[in-house]
Design a protein around this ligand. Structure first.
Ligand SMILES: *[C@@H]1O[C@H](CO)[C@@H](O)[C@H](O)[C@H]1NC(C)=O
Length: 448
């Protein structure tokens, strides 16, 4: 009887709380994490192929994505899973070196082009909208050998690649994501922990930040000028945004600077009215660089022309969110730790968590649903009434228990905060993406 009453109460609550009509739900994957077939046909080597093969110890279980979910061969099963889930859309990424084996647009792989074309056609046949990411971390190794994202010419190479992909699939794909999580590409990518495995925090990472924003903007402008009039699609990028809380009131000002380096460094140039770097961060790094005896700021400036190219290069704002962390100043002699995971060396900041926040299988990831609403409100406050497309959200666990109540709770509670942000704070969220469709190669955590 009691259960029936509770059930009835929940039903009433559920009836009152629903996402608006037109709100889209989907799920996501990334090429290197699921495809396998790393050397099939004429595919080029990516920086992840090189990283896992040359530095197996960098992956916790010494595994790699050589086979992964074998989606290159089993993509029809993936589509069956998507159909069973009744999703509105499927977000997947295209492997740059699978489509362009040399990394450059001189030669398009027939097999690579056919693979994604078949996938897109099969999705559309089943009424599932393809949401396509151009870059989810698997850079052609040939381009890395020329400096990768630290080489300013890469913004043109990326636009060349984007043109090939828009030509191939622009008639069928209406939602494009240029770059997935530039903060991971540029910041964690230059701590040595993930591909390309270089250590150049605060130098290489900032060159990468500038060039990846320019690459995104050139692809956006290309679509805007040559494809949008005909196809009316939408293009943006998506970044990983943690939420940050000061550990104590004394850390409040520092926390604003953490938001500037982590969230706004990638958003302000694109989504603000003024464009360019977040001013407080630009001043901070310029001053610190001068104190360190640098002849110029380690954060490379934008020219006025570049500011205008990047500013406004969006049709929506992509946002990936997992966790909230606390912020405090590092003590005397204390190491700030790895970017994003444990701290910010640039700011002398250590990240922590409140003891009541449940932990997950990722050491940087604690569960705090309220942080999601706070983040969404912050983005609205900073960048106005932009349409926000949540392109990743989900929970990591050990994968041992298929009765995964913590994951059910995570989705329930995080989605509730999204709804509260929409209803109470007037945030314009248009879609939600669960990460991920299936267990896959989780980068440095392998299959654990
Ligand atoms: C592809 O890589 C696998 C290892 O993942 C290797 O066994 C195989 O020989 C390679 N195939 C080709 C054609 O090089």
């Amino acid at each position: 009887m009691k259960a029936v009453i509770i059930g009835a109460v929940l039903c009433v609550a559920a009836a009152e709380r629903r996402f608006p009509d037109g709100f889209k739900f989907g799920t996501a994957t990334a090429s290197y994490q699921i495809e396998g077939a790393w050397n099939a046909s004429d595919k080029g080597e990516s920086i992840w192929d090189r990283f896992v093969h040359s530095r197996p110890e960098a992956i916790s279980d010494r595994s790699n994505g050589d086979v992964a979910c074998d989606s290159y061969n089993n993509w029809r099963e993936d589509i069956q899973l998507l159909e069973d889930l009744n999703v509105d859309f499927y977000r997947f990424s295209i492997s740059w070196p699978r489509v362009l084996p040399t990394g450059f647009a001189n030669r398009v792989s027939e097999d690579g082009a056919r693979y994604y074309g078949d996938l897109i056609d099969a999705l559309l046949e089943r009424g599932i909208e393809p949401v396509v990411t151009l870059y989810h971390w698997d850079l052609p190794q040939t381009l890395q050998d020329l400096g990768g994202w630290t080489n300013p010419l890469i913004s043109d190479w990326f636009a060349d690649y984007a043109r090939v992909v828009f030509d191939l699939y622009g008639d069928r794909v209406k939602t494009w994501v240029t770059i997935n999580e530039p903060t991971v590409v540029c910041d964690i990518g230059y701590t040595g922990h993930i591909a390309p495995g270089l250590e150049s925090e605060g130098r290489g990472s900032y060159l990468c930040t500038k060039h990846i924003l320019l690459a995104h903007a050139k692809a956006y402008r290309l679509y805007e000028a040559e494809y949008k009039p005909q196809y009316q699609g939408q293009v943006s990028l998506t970044n990983q945004m943690m939420w940050f809380e000061p550990e104590t009131e004394e850390d409040a000002e520092l926390t604003e600077l953490v938001k500037a380096i982590s969230i706004d460094r990638y958003c302000h140039p694109i989504f603000s009215a003024a464009g360019g770097w977040p001013p407080a961060l630009e001043r901070y790094i310029a001053q610190k660089s001068a104190e360190e005896g640098e002849p110029r700021s380690r954060l490379p400036p934008f020219t006025q022309e570049e500011i205008e190219l990047v500013r406004g290069s969006y049709d929506y704002l992509g946002l990936n969110h997992y966790t909230t962390r606390t912020v405090r100043r590092a003590g005397a002699g204390e190491e700030a730790g790895t970017f994003l995971f444990d701290g910010f060396q640039e700011l002398g900041v250590v990240l922590g968590a409140r003891p009541e926040w449940p932990t997950t299988m990722s050491h940087w990831f604690m569960v705090h649903p309220e942080g999601f609403r706070a983040l969404l409100s912050y983005v609205k406050q900073q960048y106005g009434d932009v349409a926000i497309f949540i392109l990743e959200n989900g929970l990591s666990d050990a994968g041992t228990d298929l009765d995964d109540q913590p994951r059910v709770d995570y989705y329930t509670n995080y989605l509730e905060q999204v709804l509260l942000a929409m209803e109470q704070d007037g945030v314009n969220v248009v879609g939600y993406t669960a990460w991920s469709l299936m267990d896959n190669f989780e980068w440095m955590d392998g299959y654990q």
